[in-house]
Design a protein around this ligand. Structure first.
Ligand SMILES: Nc1ncnc2c1ncn2[C@@H]1O[C@H](COP(=O)(O)OP(=O)(O)OP(=O)(O)O)[C@@H](O)[C@H]1O
Ligand SMILES: NC(=O)c1ccc[n+]([C@@H]2O[C@H](COP(=O)(O)O)[C@@H](O)[C@H]2O)c1
Length: 321
């Protein structure tokens, strides 16, 4: 809703900021479309004012196969966001010592925004460090009322809540009760059914916004990596600037070449160090990202697929959540 509309309707809408957590290896147009679809939804409902969007790439230690180094993923997200006036990159996760749980990511960004809104003296907000991070929505201090940070995700991420051992129950509860979820539909997933089968999600259903994406686009990072690894074109599937960057740094190349920059891979590290100006990146392959793709195949039955689409686990969605 425009400021004018908001003013004429004589009420200030509660403000929200959307944050998408993921691998973004590489970022695809759908990662960013999620934000536009969600903002349109809130604007059309007239229920909230979306004042910013944050893309937060996960740490290298997440350990998912195909994860390019954080520095490259952040650079690609920045390029993909060049044409956006309101979605911004947060490098915070990638700069931590290890992988951060999504609940901790939300808490960090939420606390930072709360402090920023309430800080009487902007410059002293971070103590000695006056740096205001680039991910902060510029209009944050235009009003002093609180801003809620909501987790924006595709329905497959919601369904990953049921992967045994992947998410702590208290984290799920904290995310849905204190922040809220905005879930974009994705083919192969059934978010409504998934919520119905989960007691926690049903309890906090009012904090979960399901948005139907009527113009679905099944381009995924996995598909892009697959085409690239086969030396095939990805033009018109992802941003030209991102394609240029991938070419320039030789990312996602075929496993038979020497510079494969996947997590856990040690062969490409010397080439990688050169490209990164001699900096050594810690690479652990033991993070929770081993469960890479979650697909609901029939009502209530969820499959966890590995990178090559091989079925590795099959379970009832409600078993875990
Ligand atoms: N086509 C899509 N439709 C809806 N949501 C999507 C789509 N692609 C990605 N997302 C969402 O974007 C977020 C970040 O996802 P992620 O980086 O894992 O993308 P991905 O393309 O699914 O990656 P990968 O193929 O490596 O598993 C997740 O919440 C995911 O659900
Ligand atoms: N317990 C948790 O907080 C938890 C578990 C698994 C994945 N995640 C996050 O969800 C996102 C999933 O990304 P992918 O869909 O690329 O695997 C990542 O940002 C990852 O850090 C969080």
């Amino acid at each position: 809703m425009s400021i004018l509309l908001e003013e004429t309707s004589n009420r200030l809408l509660p403000r929200i900021v959307l944050i998408a957590c993921g691998s973004f290896s590489p970022p695809t147009p759908m990662h960013l479309r999620m934000f536009e679809i969600a903002r349109d939804h809130f604007e059309m409902c007239g229920s909230h004012k979306v004042i910013g969007g944050i893309v937060s790439p996960t740490h290298d230690a997440y350990g998912k196969k195909g994860l390019a180094p954080g520095k490259h993923r952040c650079a690609m997200v920045k390029l993909a966001l060049q044409s956006s006036s309101w979605i911004r990159l947060s490098e915070w996760e990638t700069l931590q010592d290890g992988w951060s749980r999504t609940q901790a990511v939300l808490q960090y960004h939420q606390n930072f925004m709360n402090n920023y809104i309430n800080s009487p003296d902007l410059d002293n907000m971070n103590g000695d460090d006056n740096h205001v991070p680039g991910w902060l929505p510029p209009s944050l201090r235009e009003r002093r009322d609180p801003v809620q940070l909501r987790l924006l995700c595709g329905a497959d991420l919601l369904e990953s809540f049921a992967v045994p051992g992947l998410w702590a129950e208290e984290d799920i509860e904290d995310i849905v009760s204190n922040h809220g979820l905005v879930v974009i539909s994705r083919s192969g997933s059934n978010a409504e059914k998934f919520i119905f089968e989960s007691d926690i999600l049903t309890k906090y259903q009012r904090n979960i916004t399901l948005v139907t994406n009527w113009v679905s686009n099944e381009v995924s990072s996995t598909m892009i990596r697959r085409l690239l690894s086969r030396g095939q074109s990805v033009k018109y599937l992802i941003d030209d600037l991102v394609i240029e960057y991938i070419k320039q740094f030789g990312l996602f190349q075929s496993k038979t070449t020497s510079n494969v920059f996947c997590c856990g891979d040690t062969k490409g590290s010397s080439v990688l160090n050169k490209l990164l100006g001699g900096k050594t990146h810690k690479k652990k392959s033991t993070g929770p990202g081993q469960a890479v793709q979650v697909v609901t195949t029939e009502y209530g039955v969820t499959e966890v697929l590995d990178e090559d689409g091989m079925k590795s686990k099959k379970f009832k969605a409600a078993d875990n959540v």
